[in-house]
Design a protein around this ligand. Structure first.
Ligand SMILES: Cc1cc2nc3c(=O)[nH]c(=O)nc-3n(C[C@H](O)[C@H](O)[C@H](O)COP(=O)(O)O)c2cc1C
Length: 537
Protein backbone atom coordinates (compact mmCIF):
# COMPACT_ATOMS: atom_id res chain seq x y z
CA UNK A 1 0.00 0.00 0.00
CA UNK A 2 1.58 3.36 -0.97
CA UNK A 3 2.19 5.61 1.99
CA UNK A 4 1.33 9.26 2.07
CA UNK A 5 4.60 10.20 3.76
CA UNK A 6 6.77 9.25 0.77
CA UNK A 7 6.12 12.13 -1.60
CA UNK A 8 7.63 10.50 -4.67
CA UNK A 9 4.20 9.94 -6.19
CA UNK A 10 3.29 13.64 -5.95
CA UNK A 11 6.58 14.67 -7.57
CA UNK A 12 6.04 12.11 -10.33
CA UNK A 13 2.50 13.32 -10.98
CA UNK A 14 3.51 16.98 -10.88
CA UNK A 15 6.37 16.53 -13.34
CA UNK A 16 4.35 14.33 -15.69
CA UNK A 17 1.47 16.78 -15.95
CA UNK A 18 3.41 19.95 -16.64
CA UNK A 19 2.46 21.88 -19.76
CA UNK A 20 5.26 23.07 -22.01
CA UNK A 21 5.52 24.49 -25.50
CA UNK A 22 6.52 21.02 -26.72
CA UNK A 23 4.05 18.95 -24.67
CA UNK A 24 1.12 20.95 -25.97
CA UNK A 25 2.28 20.56 -29.59
CA UNK A 26 3.01 16.85 -29.38
CA UNK A 27 -0.20 15.86 -27.60
CA UNK A 28 -2.47 14.17 -30.16
CA UNK A 29 -5.53 14.51 -27.88
CA UNK A 30 -8.76 15.84 -29.42
CA UNK A 31 -12.24 16.40 -28.02
CA UNK A 32 -14.54 13.50 -28.90
CA UNK A 33 -17.89 15.27 -28.71
CA UNK A 34 -19.78 12.05 -29.43
CA UNK A 35 -18.38 10.71 -26.15
CA UNK A 36 -18.75 13.88 -24.06
CA UNK A 37 -19.62 13.08 -20.43
CA UNK A 38 -22.97 14.05 -18.93
CA UNK A 39 -22.74 17.25 -16.93
CA UNK A 40 -24.59 15.77 -13.93
CA UNK A 41 -24.55 12.64 -11.81
CA UNK A 42 -27.99 11.07 -12.13
CA UNK A 43 -29.60 8.48 -9.85
CA UNK A 44 -32.60 7.56 -12.05
CA UNK A 45 -34.36 5.52 -9.38
CA UNK A 46 -34.32 8.23 -6.71
CA UNK A 47 -36.79 11.08 -6.76
CA UNK A 48 -35.23 14.40 -5.64
CA UNK A 49 -36.99 16.56 -3.09
CA UNK A 50 -37.00 20.14 -4.35
CA UNK A 51 -35.48 22.96 -2.34
CA UNK A 52 -36.67 26.55 -2.01
CA UNK A 53 -35.38 28.52 -4.98
CA UNK A 54 -35.68 32.02 -3.62
CA UNK A 55 -32.29 33.59 -2.92
CA UNK A 56 -32.34 35.29 0.45
CA UNK A 57 -30.72 38.73 0.43
CA UNK A 58 -28.29 38.84 3.36
CA UNK A 59 -27.19 42.35 2.43
CA UNK A 60 -23.62 41.41 3.37
CA UNK A 61 -21.09 43.04 1.05
CA UNK A 62 -19.16 40.53 -1.06
CA UNK A 63 -15.87 42.18 -0.10
CA UNK A 64 -16.74 41.56 3.57
CA UNK A 65 -18.00 38.03 3.02
CA UNK A 66 -14.85 36.80 1.25
CA UNK A 67 -12.60 38.29 3.91
CA UNK A 68 -14.58 37.20 6.95
CA UNK A 69 -14.83 33.92 8.78
CA UNK A 70 -17.26 33.26 11.61
CA UNK A 71 -15.64 32.13 14.89
CA UNK A 72 -15.71 28.30 14.96
CA UNK A 73 -17.65 28.02 18.19
CA UNK A 74 -20.61 30.17 17.16
CA UNK A 75 -23.66 28.05 17.99
CA UNK A 76 -25.79 27.95 14.88
CA UNK A 77 -27.31 25.36 12.57
CA UNK A 78 -28.46 25.96 9.00
CA UNK A 79 -32.10 25.33 8.09
CA UNK A 80 -33.26 24.09 4.70
CA UNK A 81 -33.44 27.64 3.34
CA UNK A 82 -29.79 28.24 4.30
CA UNK A 83 -28.77 24.86 2.85
CA UNK A 84 -30.45 25.80 -0.43
CA UNK A 85 -28.68 29.15 -0.47
CA UNK A 86 -25.28 27.54 0.19
CA UNK A 87 -25.78 24.96 -2.56
CA UNK A 88 -27.23 27.33 -5.15
CA UNK A 89 -24.55 29.96 -4.77
CA UNK A 90 -21.66 27.50 -4.80
CA UNK A 91 -22.74 24.79 -7.26
CA UNK A 92 -26.16 25.73 -8.63
CA UNK A 93 -26.98 26.44 -12.27
CA UNK A 94 -26.92 30.19 -12.68
CA UNK A 95 -26.88 30.55 -16.51
CA UNK A 96 -27.60 28.41 -19.56
CA UNK A 97 -26.29 28.79 -23.08
CA UNK A 98 -27.21 26.82 -26.19
CA UNK A 99 -24.52 25.88 -28.68
CA UNK A 100 -24.48 23.67 -31.79
CA UNK A 101 -23.67 20.53 -29.75
CA UNK A 102 -26.24 21.09 -27.00
CA UNK A 103 -26.53 23.27 -23.95
CA UNK A 104 -24.00 24.43 -21.34
CA UNK A 105 -25.29 24.75 -17.81
CA UNK A 106 -23.02 27.32 -16.19
CA UNK A 107 -22.70 27.07 -12.45
CA UNK A 108 -22.09 29.59 -9.68
CA UNK A 109 -18.33 29.04 -9.41
CA UNK A 110 -15.77 29.02 -12.20
CA UNK A 111 -14.69 25.58 -13.39
CA UNK A 112 -12.13 24.44 -15.94
CA UNK A 113 -13.81 23.80 -19.27
CA UNK A 114 -17.26 24.28 -17.67
CA UNK A 115 -17.16 20.53 -17.03
CA UNK A 116 -18.16 20.66 -13.34
CA UNK A 117 -16.55 17.50 -12.01
CA UNK A 118 -17.30 18.38 -8.38
CA UNK A 119 -20.35 16.74 -6.77
CA UNK A 120 -21.75 17.76 -3.39
CA UNK A 121 -23.17 15.48 -0.70
CA UNK A 122 -24.74 16.46 2.61
CA UNK A 123 -24.27 14.54 5.84
CA UNK A 124 -26.49 16.05 8.52
CA UNK A 125 -28.42 15.52 11.71
CA UNK A 126 -32.02 16.73 11.92
CA UNK A 127 -32.12 20.31 10.60
CA UNK A 128 -35.17 22.56 10.37
CA UNK A 129 -37.17 21.18 7.40
CA UNK A 130 -34.48 18.63 6.54
CA UNK A 131 -34.43 15.27 8.31
CA UNK A 132 -31.10 13.64 9.21
CA UNK A 133 -29.51 11.77 6.34
CA UNK A 134 -26.93 11.53 3.60
CA UNK A 135 -28.04 13.43 0.50
CA UNK A 136 -26.75 14.08 -2.99
CA UNK A 137 -27.25 17.58 -4.41
CA UNK A 138 -28.94 17.47 -7.82
CA UNK A 139 -28.28 20.85 -9.50
CA UNK A 140 -30.47 20.12 -12.55
CA UNK A 141 -33.57 19.70 -10.40
CA UNK A 142 -32.25 21.94 -7.64
CA UNK A 143 -33.12 19.16 -5.25
CA UNK A 144 -31.70 16.64 -2.82
CA UNK A 145 -31.74 12.88 -3.30
CA UNK A 146 -31.62 11.02 -0.02
CA UNK A 147 -29.09 8.21 -0.17
CA UNK A 148 -29.31 7.18 3.50
CA UNK A 149 -31.88 8.08 6.14
CA UNK A 150 -30.68 8.78 9.67
CA UNK A 151 -27.74 10.45 11.34
CA UNK A 152 -24.39 9.32 9.88
CA UNK A 153 -22.28 12.20 11.15
CA UNK A 154 -20.36 9.90 13.49
CA UNK A 155 -18.83 8.21 10.42
CA UNK A 156 -17.23 11.53 9.48
CA UNK A 157 -16.11 12.12 13.05
CA UNK A 158 -14.42 8.71 12.96
CA UNK A 159 -12.93 9.34 9.49
CA UNK A 160 -11.42 12.67 10.57
CA UNK A 161 -10.00 11.37 13.84
CA UNK A 162 -12.42 13.50 15.86
CA UNK A 163 -11.70 16.80 14.07
CA UNK A 164 -13.56 19.23 16.40
CA UNK A 165 -15.26 21.23 13.62
CA UNK A 166 -16.70 18.02 12.16
CA UNK A 167 -17.63 16.61 15.58
CA UNK A 168 -19.68 19.72 16.35
CA UNK A 169 -21.13 20.30 12.89
CA UNK A 170 -24.90 20.05 12.36
CA UNK A 171 -24.05 19.64 8.66
CA UNK A 172 -20.97 18.61 6.71
CA UNK A 173 -20.81 18.99 2.95
CA UNK A 174 -18.60 16.41 1.26
CA UNK A 175 -17.12 17.45 -2.10
CA UNK A 176 -16.21 14.63 -4.45
CA UNK A 177 -14.46 14.85 -7.81
CA UNK A 178 -15.23 12.70 -10.84
CA UNK A 179 -12.17 11.89 -12.97
CA UNK A 180 -13.75 11.32 -16.37
CA UNK A 181 -16.00 14.36 -16.41
CA UNK A 182 -12.92 16.61 -16.54
CA UNK A 183 -10.33 14.19 -17.99
CA UNK A 184 -12.41 13.96 -21.19
CA UNK A 185 -10.79 17.30 -22.03
CA UNK A 186 -7.80 17.69 -19.75
CA UNK A 187 -6.53 14.10 -19.47
CA UNK A 188 -4.19 13.39 -16.56
CA UNK A 189 -3.84 17.09 -15.60
CA UNK A 190 -7.37 16.80 -14.22
CA UNK A 191 -6.11 15.89 -10.76
CA UNK A 192 -4.76 19.44 -10.44
CA UNK A 193 -8.16 20.71 -11.60
CA UNK A 194 -9.82 18.84 -8.73
CA UNK A 195 -8.12 21.26 -6.36
CA UNK A 196 -8.76 24.32 -8.52
CA UNK A 197 -12.43 23.63 -9.25
CA UNK A 198 -13.24 22.38 -5.77
CA UNK A 199 -11.45 25.50 -4.50
CA UNK A 200 -13.42 28.09 -6.49
CA UNK A 201 -16.61 26.39 -5.32
CA UNK A 202 -15.39 26.53 -1.70
CA UNK A 203 -14.58 30.23 -2.00
CA UNK A 204 -18.24 30.84 -2.82
CA UNK A 205 -19.44 28.42 -0.16
CA UNK A 206 -17.34 29.97 2.60
CA UNK A 207 -18.36 33.49 1.59
CA UNK A 208 -22.06 32.58 1.58
CA UNK A 209 -21.63 30.78 4.92
CA UNK A 210 -19.99 33.88 6.39
CA UNK A 211 -22.88 36.03 5.14
CA UNK A 212 -25.32 33.62 6.83
CA UNK A 213 -23.32 33.72 10.08
CA UNK A 214 -22.22 30.08 9.78
CA UNK A 215 -18.72 28.87 10.66
CA UNK A 216 -17.37 26.86 7.70
CA UNK A 217 -14.13 24.95 8.08
CA UNK A 218 -12.52 23.04 5.22
CA UNK A 219 -11.20 19.65 6.30
CA UNK A 220 -8.88 17.62 4.08
CA UNK A 221 -7.58 15.14 6.65
CA UNK A 222 -9.80 12.06 6.58
CA UNK A 223 -9.62 8.33 5.98
CA UNK A 224 -10.56 8.30 2.31
CA UNK A 225 -12.09 4.83 2.14
CA UNK A 226 -14.46 5.56 5.03
CA UNK A 227 -15.90 8.69 3.45
CA UNK A 228 -16.14 7.09 0.02
CA UNK A 229 -17.95 4.13 1.56
CA UNK A 230 -20.43 6.38 3.32
CA UNK A 231 -21.35 8.00 -0.01
CA UNK A 232 -21.04 4.67 -1.82
CA UNK A 233 -19.11 6.21 -4.70
CA UNK A 234 -17.15 4.01 -7.10
CA UNK A 235 -13.72 5.24 -6.04
CA UNK A 236 -12.17 4.24 -9.36
CA UNK A 237 -14.26 7.02 -10.85
CA UNK A 238 -15.23 9.47 -8.12
CA UNK A 239 -13.45 10.31 -4.87
CA UNK A 240 -14.06 12.47 -1.82
CA UNK A 241 -11.70 15.46 -1.98
CA UNK A 242 -12.70 17.85 0.79
CA UNK A 243 -15.21 18.24 3.60
CA UNK A 244 -16.74 21.46 4.90
CA UNK A 245 -18.04 21.51 8.46
CA UNK A 246 -20.93 24.00 8.64
CA UNK A 247 -22.37 25.49 11.79
CA UNK A 248 -21.63 24.49 15.37
CA UNK A 249 -23.52 22.63 18.08
CA UNK A 250 -21.72 22.88 21.40
CA UNK A 251 -24.04 20.21 22.80
CA UNK A 252 -22.34 17.52 20.72
CA UNK A 253 -19.52 15.47 22.18
CA UNK A 254 -16.12 16.76 21.07
CA UNK A 255 -14.75 13.27 20.40
CA UNK A 256 -17.62 11.31 19.02
CA UNK A 257 -20.03 13.90 17.65
CA UNK A 258 -23.70 12.96 17.58
CA UNK A 259 -24.80 10.36 20.12
CA UNK A 260 -26.70 8.09 17.69
CA UNK A 261 -24.74 4.85 17.62
CA UNK A 262 -21.07 4.27 18.24
CA UNK A 263 -19.06 5.10 15.12
CA UNK A 264 -17.55 1.61 14.76
CA UNK A 265 -21.07 0.15 14.85
CA UNK A 266 -22.37 2.60 12.25
CA UNK A 267 -19.34 1.86 10.11
CA UNK A 268 -19.83 -1.88 10.41
CA UNK A 269 -23.48 -1.48 9.40
CA UNK A 270 -22.72 0.69 6.34
CA UNK A 271 -24.07 -1.31 3.48
CA UNK A 272 -23.52 -0.46 -0.19
CA UNK A 273 -26.50 1.48 -1.48
CA UNK A 274 -26.87 -0.50 -4.65
CA UNK A 275 -28.45 2.52 -6.34
CA UNK A 276 -28.01 2.76 -10.08
CA UNK A 277 -26.36 5.81 -11.65
CA UNK A 278 -26.46 6.77 -15.35
CA UNK A 279 -23.09 6.18 -17.14
CA UNK A 280 -21.39 9.47 -17.96
CA UNK A 281 -20.32 8.48 -21.49
CA UNK A 282 -20.40 5.61 -23.94
CA UNK A 283 -16.92 4.72 -22.71
CA UNK A 284 -14.42 6.28 -20.35
CA UNK A 285 -10.69 6.62 -20.81
CA UNK A 286 -8.70 5.80 -17.72
CA UNK A 287 -5.66 7.88 -16.75
CA UNK A 288 -3.95 5.67 -14.16
CA UNK A 289 -1.51 8.44 -13.16
CA UNK A 290 -4.35 10.26 -11.42
CA UNK A 291 -5.61 7.22 -9.57
CA UNK A 292 -2.03 6.47 -8.49
CA UNK A 293 -1.67 10.05 -7.26
CA UNK A 294 -4.93 9.73 -5.37
CA UNK A 295 -4.03 6.36 -3.82
CA UNK A 296 -0.60 7.64 -2.78
CA UNK A 297 -2.17 10.65 -1.08
CA UNK A 298 -4.87 8.66 0.70
CA UNK A 299 -4.95 8.27 4.46
CA UNK A 300 -5.74 4.83 5.83
CA UNK A 301 -5.87 5.17 9.59
CA UNK A 302 -6.58 7.46 12.52
CA UNK A 303 -2.79 7.61 13.07
CA UNK A 304 -2.20 8.99 9.59
CA UNK A 305 -4.99 11.52 10.10
CA UNK A 306 -3.37 12.60 13.37
CA UNK A 307 -0.09 13.21 11.55
CA UNK A 308 -1.96 15.28 8.96
CA UNK A 309 -3.47 17.35 11.74
CA UNK A 310 -0.07 17.82 13.35
CA UNK A 311 -1.30 15.91 16.41
CA UNK A 312 0.90 12.81 16.19
CA UNK A 313 1.93 11.44 19.58
CA UNK A 314 5.55 12.33 20.35
CA UNK A 315 6.65 8.71 20.01
CA UNK A 316 5.21 8.57 16.51
CA UNK A 317 7.02 11.64 15.27
CA UNK A 318 10.42 9.94 15.43
CA UNK A 319 9.59 8.11 12.24
CA UNK A 320 8.26 11.21 10.51
CA UNK A 321 10.13 13.70 8.35
CA UNK A 322 12.12 16.26 10.30
CA UNK A 323 9.84 19.19 9.40
CA UNK A 324 6.69 17.57 10.81
CA UNK A 325 4.97 20.05 13.09
CA UNK A 326 5.91 23.03 10.93
CA UNK A 327 3.22 24.62 8.81
CA UNK A 328 4.44 23.62 5.37
CA UNK A 329 4.66 27.30 4.49
CA UNK A 330 7.79 29.15 3.45
CA UNK A 331 8.45 32.78 4.19
CA UNK A 332 9.56 35.00 1.37
CA UNK A 333 12.95 36.67 1.85
CA UNK A 334 12.52 40.30 2.95
CA UNK A 335 12.07 42.65 0.00
CA UNK A 336 15.33 43.49 -1.73
CA UNK A 337 13.86 45.53 -4.61
CA UNK A 338 11.72 48.67 -4.77
CA UNK A 339 8.49 48.31 -2.80
CA UNK A 340 5.05 49.76 -3.39
CA UNK A 341 2.65 50.09 -0.48
CA UNK A 342 -0.82 48.71 -1.20
CA UNK A 343 -3.77 51.06 -0.75
CA UNK A 344 -6.81 48.84 -0.09
CA UNK A 345 -10.23 50.30 0.60
CA UNK A 346 -11.45 50.21 4.17
CA UNK A 347 -14.84 48.71 5.13
CA UNK A 348 -16.34 52.20 5.05
CA UNK A 349 -15.00 52.96 1.56
CA UNK A 350 -15.50 49.66 -0.28
CA UNK A 351 -18.29 48.91 -2.76
CA UNK A 352 -21.15 47.25 -0.90
CA UNK A 353 -22.59 45.02 -3.63
CA UNK A 354 -23.97 42.03 -1.71
CA UNK A 355 -22.40 38.59 -2.03
CA UNK A 356 -25.50 37.03 -3.64
CA UNK A 357 -25.52 39.67 -6.38
CA UNK A 358 -21.80 39.40 -7.05
CA UNK A 359 -21.88 35.61 -7.34
CA UNK A 360 -24.75 35.81 -9.82
CA UNK A 361 -22.95 38.52 -11.77
CA UNK A 362 -19.63 36.61 -11.94
CA UNK A 363 -18.58 34.88 -15.12
CA UNK A 364 -15.14 34.41 -16.62
CA UNK A 365 -14.11 37.31 -18.84
CA UNK A 366 -13.76 36.19 -22.45
CA UNK A 367 -12.03 39.36 -23.56
CA UNK A 368 -10.27 42.12 -21.67
CA UNK A 369 -10.18 45.74 -22.78
CA UNK A 370 -6.60 46.98 -22.50
CA UNK A 371 -7.65 49.72 -20.10
CA UNK A 372 -6.07 50.21 -16.69
CA UNK A 373 -7.51 49.36 -13.29
CA UNK A 374 -6.51 51.39 -10.24
CA UNK A 375 -3.90 50.45 -7.65
CA UNK A 376 -6.66 50.71 -5.06
CA UNK A 377 -8.75 48.10 -6.89
CA UNK A 378 -5.79 45.73 -7.14
CA UNK A 379 -4.86 46.38 -3.50
CA UNK A 380 -8.41 45.72 -2.33
CA UNK A 381 -8.50 42.42 -4.22
CA UNK A 382 -5.20 41.19 -2.80
CA UNK A 383 -6.02 42.36 0.70
CA UNK A 384 -9.54 40.91 0.87
CA UNK A 385 -8.70 37.57 -0.76
CA UNK A 386 -5.76 36.73 1.48
CA UNK A 387 -7.08 37.31 4.98
CA UNK A 388 -7.07 33.63 5.84
CA UNK A 389 -9.02 30.46 5.09
CA UNK A 390 -10.40 28.29 7.88
CA UNK A 391 -8.92 24.91 6.92
CA UNK A 392 -7.35 22.03 8.83
CA UNK A 393 -4.13 22.30 6.81
CA UNK A 394 -3.72 26.05 7.34
CA UNK A 395 -2.66 26.11 10.93
CA UNK A 396 -2.35 28.60 12.58
CA UNK A 397 -5.21 30.47 10.93
CA UNK A 398 -3.80 32.82 8.31
CA UNK A 399 -1.03 30.48 7.09
CA UNK A 400 -0.76 30.30 3.32
CA UNK A 401 0.96 27.73 1.11
CA UNK A 402 0.92 29.73 -2.14
CA UNK A 403 2.78 32.96 -2.85
CA UNK A 404 1.39 35.49 -5.30
CA UNK A 405 3.54 36.77 -8.18
CA UNK A 406 2.15 39.39 -10.55
CA UNK A 407 2.71 40.61 -14.06
CA UNK A 408 1.31 44.12 -14.14
CA UNK A 409 0.35 45.52 -17.54
CA UNK A 410 -2.05 48.36 -16.78
CA UNK A 411 -2.50 49.49 -13.18
CA UNK A 412 -2.63 53.23 -12.55
CA UNK A 413 0.12 54.24 -10.16
CA UNK A 414 2.14 51.08 -10.72
CA UNK A 415 4.85 50.69 -13.34
CA UNK A 416 4.40 47.76 -15.70
CA UNK A 417 6.56 44.85 -14.66
CA UNK A 418 6.88 41.74 -12.51
CA UNK A 419 6.13 41.85 -8.79
CA UNK A 420 5.86 39.60 -5.75
CA UNK A 421 3.23 40.22 -3.08
CA UNK A 422 4.46 40.37 0.55
CA UNK A 423 1.24 39.62 2.33
CA UNK A 424 2.57 40.29 5.83
CA UNK A 425 3.80 43.79 4.87
CA UNK A 426 1.00 44.57 2.41
CA UNK A 427 3.53 45.61 -0.21
CA UNK A 428 4.45 44.64 -3.73
CA UNK A 429 8.13 44.17 -4.43
CA UNK A 430 9.18 45.00 -7.97
CA UNK A 431 11.27 42.19 -9.50
CA UNK A 432 11.68 43.71 -12.95
CA UNK A 433 10.19 46.58 -14.92
CA UNK A 434 8.91 46.42 -18.46
CA UNK A 435 6.03 45.69 -20.77
CA UNK A 436 5.52 41.92 -20.54
CA UNK A 437 2.20 41.54 -22.38
CA UNK A 438 3.68 39.19 -24.97
CA UNK A 439 5.47 37.13 -22.32
CA UNK A 440 2.29 36.89 -20.24
CA UNK A 441 0.29 35.77 -23.26
CA UNK A 442 2.86 33.05 -23.87
CA UNK A 443 3.01 31.93 -20.21
CA UNK A 444 -0.78 31.61 -20.11
CA UNK A 445 -0.66 28.90 -22.75
CA UNK A 446 -0.41 31.33 -25.66
CA UNK A 447 -3.87 32.81 -25.03
CA UNK A 448 -4.96 36.38 -25.64
CA UNK A 449 -6.61 36.82 -22.21
CA UNK A 450 -3.41 37.05 -20.11
CA UNK A 451 -1.85 39.39 -22.69
CA UNK A 452 -4.83 41.78 -22.60
CA UNK A 453 -5.56 41.70 -18.84
CA UNK A 454 -4.56 44.55 -16.56
CA UNK A 455 -2.71 42.15 -14.29
CA UNK A 456 -1.94 38.42 -14.20
CA UNK A 457 -1.65 36.86 -10.77
CA UNK A 458 0.41 33.66 -10.64
CA UNK A 459 0.35 31.41 -7.60
CA UNK A 460 3.70 29.78 -6.85
CA UNK A 461 4.53 27.33 -4.11
CA UNK A 462 7.63 25.68 -2.76
CA UNK A 463 6.41 22.09 -2.78
CA UNK A 464 9.30 20.65 -0.77
CA UNK A 465 8.29 21.84 2.73
CA UNK A 466 4.64 21.20 1.84
CA UNK A 467 5.38 17.56 0.97
CA UNK A 468 7.63 17.22 4.01
CA UNK A 469 4.83 18.40 6.25
CA UNK A 470 1.80 16.82 4.55
CA UNK A 471 3.18 14.08 2.31
CA UNK A 472 1.58 13.48 -1.08
CA UNK A 473 -1.68 14.86 0.26
CA UNK A 474 0.02 18.24 0.47
CA UNK A 475 -0.45 18.33 -3.30
CA UNK A 476 -4.22 18.23 -2.83
CA UNK A 477 -3.93 20.99 -0.20
CA UNK A 478 -1.79 23.37 -2.23
CA UNK A 479 -4.05 23.07 -5.30
CA UNK A 480 -7.19 23.45 -3.18
CA UNK A 481 -5.84 26.52 -1.40
CA UNK A 482 -5.00 28.04 -4.79
CA UNK A 483 -8.54 27.38 -5.99
CA UNK A 484 -10.03 29.01 -2.90
CA UNK A 485 -7.78 32.07 -3.17
CA UNK A 486 -8.47 32.23 -6.90
CA UNK A 487 -12.21 32.00 -6.26
CA UNK A 488 -11.97 34.86 -3.77
CA UNK A 489 -10.04 36.95 -6.29
CA UNK A 490 -12.77 36.31 -8.86
CA UNK A 491 -15.37 37.61 -6.38
CA UNK A 492 -13.21 40.54 -5.30
CA UNK A 493 -12.84 41.57 -8.95
CA UNK A 494 -16.56 41.32 -9.74
CA UNK A 495 -17.47 43.10 -6.50
CA UNK A 496 -15.54 46.07 -7.94
CA UNK A 497 -17.14 45.66 -11.39
CA UNK A 498 -13.95 44.31 -12.89
CA UNK A 499 -13.57 41.05 -14.78
CA UNK A 500 -11.41 37.98 -14.16
CA UNK A 501 -10.66 34.54 -15.52
CA UNK A 502 -8.73 31.51 -14.34
CA UNK A 503 -6.11 30.33 -16.83
CA UNK A 504 -3.70 27.52 -17.33
CA UNK A 505 0.02 27.96 -17.97
CA UNK A 506 3.41 26.66 -19.08
CA UNK A 507 4.70 25.46 -15.73
CA UNK A 508 8.48 25.75 -15.89
CA UNK A 509 8.43 28.85 -18.06
CA UNK A 510 6.46 30.64 -15.32
CA UNK A 511 9.12 29.72 -12.75
CA UNK A 512 11.84 30.88 -15.14
CA UNK A 513 10.07 34.19 -15.75
CA UNK A 514 9.93 35.03 -12.03
CA UNK A 515 13.42 33.70 -11.25
CA UNK A 516 15.77 34.12 -9.55
CA UNK A 517 13.16 35.15 -6.96
CA UNK A 518 10.88 32.17 -7.64
CA UNK A 519 13.65 29.63 -8.10
CA UNK A 520 12.64 26.26 -6.64
CA UNK A 521 8.94 27.14 -6.65
CA UNK A 522 6.28 25.52 -8.82
CA UNK A 523 3.53 27.31 -10.72
CA UNK A 524 0.20 26.27 -9.22
CA UNK A 525 -2.53 28.61 -10.50
CA UNK A 526 -3.13 31.67 -12.64
CA UNK A 527 -5.87 34.27 -12.67
CA UNK A 528 -6.05 37.28 -14.98
CA UNK A 529 -7.89 40.40 -13.87
CA UNK A 530 -8.89 43.54 -15.74
CA UNK A 531 -11.73 45.41 -17.32
CA UNK A 532 -13.84 43.02 -19.33
CA UNK A 533 -14.48 44.14 -22.87
CA UNK A 534 -18.06 43.06 -22.18
CA UNK A 535 -19.02 43.14 -18.51
CA UNK A 536 -22.02 41.29 -17.11
CA UNK A 537 -24.20 43.78 -15.19
C1 LIG B 1 -8.65 27.16 -12.73
C2 LIG B 1 -9.30 27.65 -13.98
C3 LIG B 1 -8.58 27.65 -15.16
C4 LIG B 1 -9.16 28.13 -16.33
N1 LIG B 1 -8.43 28.16 -17.48
C5 LIG B 1 -8.93 28.76 -18.58
C6 LIG B 1 -8.13 28.91 -19.75
O1 LIG B 1 -6.97 28.48 -19.79
N2 LIG B 1 -8.68 29.56 -20.81
C7 LIG B 1 -9.96 30.06 -20.78
O2 LIG B 1 -10.39 30.65 -21.77
N3 LIG B 1 -10.74 29.92 -19.67
C8 LIG B 1 -10.26 29.29 -18.58
N4 LIG B 1 -11.04 29.17 -17.44
C9 LIG B 1 -12.42 29.70 -17.42
C10 LIG B 1 -13.45 28.58 -17.55
O3 LIG B 1 -13.51 28.17 -18.89
C11 LIG B 1 -14.80 29.05 -17.04
O4 LIG B 1 -14.73 29.17 -15.66
C12 LIG B 1 -15.91 28.08 -17.38
O5 LIG B 1 -16.16 28.07 -18.76
C13 LIG B 1 -17.19 28.44 -16.65
O6 LIG B 1 -17.62 29.70 -17.02
P1 LIG B 1 -17.82 30.89 -16.00
O7 LIG B 1 -16.56 31.03 -15.21
O8 LIG B 1 -18.11 32.08 -16.86
O9 LIG B 1 -18.97 30.55 -15.10
C14 LIG B 1 -10.49 28.63 -16.28
C15 LIG B 1 -11.21 28.60 -15.09
C16 LIG B 1 -10.63 28.11 -13.95
C17 LIG B 1 -11.42 28.09 -12.68
Amino acid sequence: MPTNANAEAAWTYHEATKHSYTSVRTNPHFLDFANQPLPFKVYPALEPSRMPTEVCQTGVAALSAIAASIPVQTNIAPDLQAVAQLLYLSAGITRQRKYSGGEIYFRAAACTGALYEVELYLVCGDLANLPAGVYHFAPAEFGLRRLRAGDYRSVLVEATGGEPAIAHAPLTIVCTCTYWRNAWKYQARTYRHFGWDNGTLLANLQAVAAALGLPAKVVCGFVDATVNRLLDVDSQREVAFSLVALGHDSGLSARSGPPSQSAPQVLADLSPLGVETVPLSRDEIDYPLMREMHAASSLHSAEEVAVWQGNAAPGDTETLPAEIGCTGTTNLPPPAGPIIQLTPLSDAEMPRDPIEQVILRRGSSRQFARTPISLTQLSTMLDRATRGIPADFLNPFGSQLNHLYLIVHAVEGLESGAYVFHRDRKVLECLKRGNFRDEAGYLGLEQQLPADAAVDIFFMADLRPIFDRFGNRGYRAVQLEAGILGGKLYLAAYAQRLGATGLTFYDDDVTRFFSPHAEGKSAIFLIAVGKSAKLRQ
